[in-house]
Structures are given as C-alpha cells and as structure tokens.
Design a protein around this ligand. Structure first.
Ligand code: ADP
Ligand code: MG
Ligand code: MG
Length: 905
C-alpha cells in the first residue's frame, strides 16, 4: 500500500485537490483546496485522505505505511509557503488539526488549534509577535482542547458527570474570572494566562495521570490521531445513525497553518451564510467576534456581533457590526461572498478569521437551510439566472418540502396569547409540548408518543438524540450559528435559541421566566419562525400557502414522468388530494365508510349483512347498505372530476366489524329476528386464527358473490348517473388479496353481468370502467403474466406484500424492529421504505411479467411507501405508471418523482 497517495497539499494559490474530491478529501478539505485554487486567502496546509482513516482502522488504529513520509513532505511545503518552521525556536509555525467527513457533521468531530506551542517555541513566538498575551491565550486554548480531545476523548476515557477534563478546566477559568471580576475572556491579563496554563497542566496530570506533551511533533501526531479516532467517537456514531451516514466512509484530517483572530482588537473571527439560511432572503448573514478564536462564535460564551445591519436582532443590536467598524474588510469579505456564490451557484456557509487586519478564509461549504429557505433560494437563484430549472427542482429535498407543509401555531390563537419570552428564530414552524430538561427524558417521552419541548441552557453534540426526539428545542443561550440552531435548521425542526429571559435549573427541574416557574411536564408552545415562547398549549394549523410553492411545483411537474395519485376514502380527502396536485385516486377503501363520523347507519347494515345466515338475509341487508355505498362513490367521483378513481372492493376480515357491546348485539338480534345468543354464535363462527391471512379480500367475493355484486352495482350506477348528468368520470374497480388469475376471472364474470344490467337500466350501449387487481401476495407477483391477462391494471399493495414477503406481521413488528435496526440486520423499516432487494425484486419481476403479455398494462403502488422519497425513486426506476399516497404526501411524491427522473443515469 506504500504507493497510495494519502496526503494532498493546498494553499499558496494552488492545490493538489479540488472541490469535487469530497469522497477522498472530505467536504472541508475539498473546499479548502477549491478556495485556494480560486485565489482566495486560505492559510496553506494539507489534507490526509478519508482512505487513510479507513486504512487506519483496518490497521488496528495505526497509520498506514507511507503516510508519515508524505505528511512530512507536505509540512515542509507549508513551511516554505509560510516562511516559518514547525517546532522552530525562533520562527515557529503553528497548525490546526481539523476533521472533515464527506458530508458535514457539525460539531460532531474534533478540532485542535494552536498545535506546536511548547517551552521551545513559546519564547520565539513572543519575540516575533511582541504579543505575550496572545501567545499565552493561544497556549491555554491548546491545553484545553488538546487535553479534552487527544488525552481524554481519543483515549476512550468516559469521565463521570461533570468530571470531564474540559469541564474542570472551564471551571478553573470561570473561578478565576469571578475572583477577578472579569466579564469576558478578553479581560484576562498575561499574568493570569501564564498562571492559568500552569494550573491547567497540573490539573491534567492529576486527572489523566499524564503530562501535557511539551513537544510540537508529539502534539501534531496526537492531534491527527485524535481526529481519526473521533470518527468512532460516541456522538459522531449516534449522529451518523440519525443522518444515515455510513460508518465506513471515514474522516479526512486537515492540517492547516494557524491564523490568529485573538491577536488583539484588529483581529477577529466569524461565521457567515451567503444568504439568510432561515428565510432564504438574498442577504449576507453572519456573526463575528473581535479578539477571539474560531469556536468562540459558535460556543455561545460571548454574544457575537452582527456582521452587518441585515444581521441585527434583539440580542445583538447594541453590538458593533463589521460593516460599520471595518468597512474595507467587510467589502473584501462581501466580494468573496459574491465570488463564492458565482462559483458554487449555491448558498454557502463560510468561516473566516482576521489576523491584524488581514482576512483569511478557513472554510466554505454548501449551507444547511430550512425548507422555506431552500424553496426561496431555489426560486431566487433561478430568476437571477444563477441556476437552471432542473437545478432548482433538485435544490429542495423531499424532506424540506415536507417541512414546508408542516404545522405552525395558529396565528389567530397566537395573537391572543401572551409572549412570555423571546429568542432567536432558529428553526421554523410551531411546536407544542411538555417541557423536558435533558436528552434522556426527551427520548423516553417520544417513545411513548408524547410531544415534548426540550429546554436547555444551550445544547451540545451529546444532546442530538433528544433533539431528534423532541417536537421543539428551546435554549437560553447561543446565537443563530450555535449548535442547536445549526442542527435544527438542518433537520427543519422548530427551535428557538438564546431566549435570555429564561433561567433553567436542570437539577431542580425548573425553568424560570420572570416570576413564573415551569416544571418538567408543564406544557408550553413555541413559534420557531418568530422566536416567541408561550405558556400552555396553542392550537396548530397547517401552512401550505407559501406563494412560491405552487410555482415551484409547476416546475417539478415539468420533469416528472411518474404519475402521482392519492389514497383517499372520503370526498373531503379527495378534495385535499386534488388541491395538492393528485392526478387521481389510487386507492379508495370502501370499508372506510364504516368507521368514524356518520358511520352509524351503514355500519349497522353491514353488521346485519355479516351476521346473515342465508343468502336471502344477506341480500336484504345488502339492499339496505347499497345507497350508502353508492352515495360515497358518487361524491368521490364528483370531487375528483374526470380524474380516475380506483375503488377497492371490501377488503378486511368481516369479524372486525362484529360489535362486542350487548346493546348493539341486541339491536342486531331484533333486526334479524333472532335471539341474542344466536348473534354470539354467528359471531363465534366468524372467528379466525389468522385473520390477516383469512377470509378477506376477494375471498369474501368468492364465497358471497352478492357482496361483490352490490359494490359493483353501486360504482357503475353512480358512474352512469354522473355520465347522464354530463359529468365525465373514470371508475376503476380493484380486486384485493388475489393470488390467482381465476379469482379475477370469477369477479369479472360478476362485473360483466352487473355492467350489462346497469347499461340496460340507463339505456346506454356500455358502461366505461377498468378492472384490475391489487398485487399483495408473493404468489400474485410470481403469477403476474397470468394475472395480467385478466387485469387492466395492477396496483402493488406494498403493506401486505411486505408483510407476506418477510412473514413480518405489520401490527407486531414494533416489538422487534429496533433490535433488527440496532443489530444492522435490516437497514430500514421495510414498512416505511420499500425493501428494494427483496420485495422490490418481486415488484420488478411482476411488472416485467405482466407487461410481457400486456405491454400497456398500467401499474401503480398504493402502499404507505408510495409517499416516501426513496420508494418513489424506486417506482420510477422499475417503470411504474404512478404512485399513490396519502394526500399530504402528494407534493413530496411529485418532487421525489421529478428528482428521480432528473438524476437518472
Ligand atoms: P468544525 O468542523 O467543527 O466546524 P473546524 O475544523 O472548522 O471545526 O474548526 C473549528 C474552528 O476553528 C473554526 O471555526 C475555525 O475558524 C477555527 N480554525 C480551524 N483551523 C484554523 C486555522 N488554521 N487558523 C485559525 N482558525 C482555525
Ligand atoms: Mg468549521
Ligand atoms: Mg391489503
């Protein structure tokens, strides 16, 4: 392996790598290389590849052969560009060791700054800079980061709560500041810092039983090793789980010469977004801190200054902006902003540092954004001609679109409520829930299906699982680039940060706002779009009325090949589905009229039918049921105007409908003229051991043809009446739970008879309809060619098909699914996303077999997965005509279908 190139240099106006090499160099490394090539002021350095990380772990946590040599050569190159030398007594170069995975994992992995400070190099740096305070400030930071990242975390040490070395050192620092009455780190004097460094080193020795290394090269090796190891750190692993990032990608390590934002009042550091990541507004948006080092801005220890007027808000309005204080530097940064956007054609998230009036770029990456911002930026950049229509469609992810359709606090209700605290609007939408104060409680509550708001002083990467589980996040500290804000924005989760009026006492389990005291379990409501907190529960409403949403969806439909229908069981649902752009109904469940509102009467007649013992009894009951079915069918066809509607014949096992209450049973006994005890007997007779595989679906229509006939008549007469009144309609009759072509033949015979009767009654030549089948049993897939001869269409019922293929009960999988996911036996819940390698193979086979006898066979899917983006892409790939999903997921399916068509190879 000695021949492998593990190290790539960047800086000094040239780079060995470039922005397209994210897999090898990680996102940070690839973009540093790209920025350096663009001629932007990037401190030189080198990137150790992700391959090295992978090989490192294969190699028993040892660097693979050749890395050491390539690294020293690259370091020499950096030294030459900088005109400085690492570990030199007179002119010492300092570096940072930075992590950098392929896709960004904000705050999940480790970085060590100021590497190379030792008793050998410190005097030289002081002599050179004439700034002793700066040197000891850098040194104390190195000690703090290095002991935490390299000496503790990378060693796998798990300290007791509150005993982490970083926490201990922070406490020492805080105590000192308190004793001296300092408000900020910047008040510390040289003498303070010198003493602090000595105290720190002693504390480290005491706690970790090792000396802080006083050797530049040892520090560099330690730093690189720690970044590599941080890939398998606890928080990084849990973040990857949530984000679905593979464990075997590895991280790159960037070693970069240091520039210093902590050299005094003409030095600073900051982070910015080239456009507003919350709203998408075309405004440069950022925060900066004078005399500080990188992580200070995001740590939330000092409130950062606004970059410019556009960034001013409640918390920072009194602080000076860079635009006002250093207009020339601001202009330089603004030009870089424009240059980067023009180059990347996207919104970027950047990090910069100013060292004694000179600007340096330390990072850029495509910025995370809310769903609203994604939509607005895509449409803005399209009209700015920065991107084309295809790119615009690809810029909004299905999850972001989902977020756009997410609920908000009802504005009317909100107006009447009293705002009890204000913070920064870090994550959009609204949330109502009970207060929890830590991640563990959030996860527990969510598992019970409870909505919670996680209230924290500030969040840190250890909190991610709780943040994921919570409905909303509320923090007392931190700015728009704090950890909570970044993570929530990425997830589109409702979040407020920096609500200064709240005081959280985690151990007491209280949150105080003024004189009000809230306890864990109390309900609050938060508006993450505005940053407002309310006591109690405020009503929520859906927010689909973004003015640009419709325009965007028009673009989406331009590129989509797959049709999108909805699963809808009522005229009201059908209406919603149409408004969301559904091109028909792919699944109308007849049985739905027997549940919920207004179901009393039809349910009674259905029960009568079920408990009938003779064909006469049954026919009489069916006659009473008929008008209800017909009315539902007719209203739904009317709501869908001219668009196709697929009516599924009665599907569930009948015993599901038998009442258990005595009064209800008595009523039925009276209606049927039988004894109460006979109702019990007849109900008993319907009992099945395995009802999901029992007397259901088409099997009912085989045993009781009159049940099918009644439904067929209701559908065809409704259609005939509408046609007669000049309303075009397209009914499609779907036969469920088939496993053999003869079942379809049987039902088609009935249908032909009914159709002839209806045609005669309405005096028309023929009634137009399609007849097809659901494919939800593996045998039906295998027999698809035979089935296709009898069917106008197939619709994959992937809920049952998944159940039957895996032999997993849909209703009981919850009991063991998590074990399967945790043990990586399955990579996802197959009831949420189609199992492409198993169930998908059956689908693919059935489509091909069906079309081999009927090339134009119409094929769709109507399982839950039909609205899930990955499944939609799969449906596109295997050539389905349409997907059908719940009305609210229709826009998501449309987008996923367009993106599948656009990214097809
Ligand atoms: P993360 O991936 O968590 O953002 P980074 O590697 O970007 O971590 O480092 C954290 C902070 O340290 C950044 O904000 C950056 O400004 C600062 N930093 C990293 N390397 C250097 C450097 N060579 N010179 C000055 N500051 C640096
Ligand atoms: Mg960074
Ligand atoms: Mg089914």
């Amino acid at each position: 392996m000695a021949g492998k190139k593990y190290v790539y240099s960047f800086g000094g106006g040239a780079s060995e790598g470039n922005g397209s090499m994210k897999e090898l160099l990680g996102g940070k490394g690839a973009n540093l290389a790209e920025m350096a090539s663009l001629g932007l002021p990037v401190p030189p350095g080198f990137t150790i590849t992700t391959e090295c990380c992978v090989d490192y772990f294969k190699n028993g946590s040892r660097l693979p052969d050749g890395v050491e040599k390539q690294m020293l050569a690259a370091l020499a190159k950096v030294e030459k560009t900088m005109g400085m030398k690492f570990d030199d007594a007179k002119n010492p170069l300092l570096v940072s060791c930075r992590s950098g995975a392929r896709s960004s994992m904000p705050g999940m992995m480790e970085t060590v700054l100021n590497v190379g400070l030792s008793s050998k190099t410190i005097p030289g740096l002081i002599a050179k800079t004439g700034n002793e305070r700066f040197v000891y400030d850098a040194y104390r930071r190195l000690i703090m980061m290095y002991s935490d990242v390299v000496m503790e975390k990378a060693e796998g040490i798990e300290p007791a709560e509150g005993q982490a070395i970083r926490k201990q050192l922070d406490n020492i620092l805080d105590e000192l500041k308190e004793k001296k009455g300092y408000a900020s780190d910047t008040d510390l004097t040289v003498e303070d810092l010198k003493k602090l460094c000595e105290t720190f080193k002693k504390q480290i020795k005491k706690t970790l039983k090792r000396e802080f290394p006083d050797d530049a090269m040892a520090q560099l090796r330690g730093g690189i090793g720690a970044v590599l190891k941080s890939w398998n750190g606890k928080k990084a692993v849990s973040y990857r789980r949530i984000e679905g990032i593979p464990d075997d990608w590895g991280t790159a390590v960037n070693v970069q010469s240091m520039v210093f934002g902590n050299m005094g009042d003409t030095s600073a550091t900051g982070v910015a977004f080239t456009r507003d990541p919350a709203t998408g507004d075309n405004k440069f948006y950022g925060e900066w801190l004078i005399n500080a080092q990188g992580e200070d801005v995001v740590a939330g220890t000092r409130t950062p200054n606004p970059l410019n007027n556009d960034t001013r808000n409640e918390q920072n309005k009194h602080l000076e902006s860079m635009e006002d204080l250093y207009p020339e530097l601001y202009k330089q940064l603004f030009d870089i902003r424009n240059k980067l956007e023009a180059h990347y054609h996207d919104m970027l998230d950047i990090e910069f540092t100013i060292q004694e009036g000179k600007l340096f770029m330390l990072q850029c990456r495509v910025g995370k954004r809310t769903g609203t911002a994604a939509l607005n930026m895509a449409m803005d950049m399209l009209s700015e001609k920065m991107i084309d229509e295809k790119t615009a469609v690809l810029r909004v992810s299905p999850a972001q679109l989902d977020e756009l359709l997410h609920p908000i606090l009802d504005p009317a209700a909100e107006k009447k409520a009293e705002v009890i605290a204000k913070g920064l609007p870090a994550g959009p939408g609204g949330a109502v829930g009970r207060i929890v104060f830590n991640s563990v409680d959030a996860v527990k509550a969510a598992a019970k299906g409870e909505a919670v708001i996680m209230a924290r002083e500030e969040t840190n990467p250890e909190d991610v699982e709780g943040m994921r589980a919570a409905a909303g996040i509320l923090t007392a500290r931190g700015g728009m680039t704090s950890h909570a804000a970044l993570v929530c924005r990425g997830w589109g989760k409702c979040c407020i940060v920096g609500a200064g009026a709240i005081h959280i006492n985690e151990s007491a389990g209280t949150m105080k706002i003024g004189s009000k005291v809230f306890r864990a379990g109390d309900t609050i409501s938060i508006n993450g779009t505005r940053g407002y907190v309310y006591a109690g529960a405020i009503a929520m409403v859906d927010s689909s009325e973004n003015p640009r949403f419709q325009h965007f969806m028009k673009l989406v439909d331009k590129f989509r090949k797959l049709g999108v229908r909805a699963n809808a069981d009522t005229p009201a649902d059908a209406e919603v589905a149409r408004n969301f752009g559904a091109e028909g109904i792919g699944l109308f469940r007849t049985e739905h009229m027997f549940y919920g509102k207004n179901s009393e009467k039809p349910l009674f007649f259905l029960r009568k039918m079920i408990l009938s013992n003779t064909t006469e009894e049954r026919t009489a009951a069916l006659k009473e049921l008929y008008p209800y079915v017909k009315k539902d069918v007719k209203n739904t066809l009317t709501a869908m105007k001219n668009l196709p509607v697929t009516f599924r014949l009665l599907d569930p096992p009948l015993h599901e409908f038998v009442p258990n209450e005595k009064a209800k049973r008595q009523e039925l006994a009276d209606a049927l003229g039988i004894k109460l005890s006979d109702v019990a007997k007849r109900a008993e007779a319907l009992h099945e051991t395995n009802p999901m595989m029992g007397h259901r679906g088409v099997r009912l229509g085989i045993t009781f043809p009159e049940v099918s006939r009644m439904q067929m008549k209701a559908i065809l007469e409704a259609a005939a009446e509408l046609e007669r009144d000049g309303i075009a309609c397209k009914p499609e009759i779907m036969i469920p739970v088939t496993c053999d072509a003869n079942e379809i033949k049987f039902q088609k015979r009935l249908l032909a008879e009914v159709a002839a009767e209806v045609a005669k009654k309405f005096k028309v030549a023929k009634i137009d309809y399609l007849v097809g089948t659901m494919i939800e049993i593996p045998r039906a897939c295998l027999m698809a060619d035979e089935m296709a001869k009898e069917a106008d269409f197939f619709s994959f019922g992937t809920n049952d098909l998944t159940q039957m293929t895996f032999g997993f009960s849909r209703d009981d999988i919850g009991g063991f699914l998590n074990d399967y996911l945790d043990e990586k036996i399955l990579s996802a819940d197959p009831f949420q996303t189609i199992d492409q390698s198993g169930v998908g193979k059956l689908i693919d086979y059935a489509v091909k077999a069906g079309r081999s006898v009927k090339p134009k066979l119409k094929v769709g899917i109507c399982g839950e997965q039909g609205g899930e983006a990955r499944s939609v892409a799969f449906c596109h790939k295997v050539g389905l005509n349409y997907v059908s999903c719940s009305p609210f997921r229709v826009p998501i399916a449309r987008l996923a279908a367009a993106q599948a068509a656009l990214t097809e190879k």
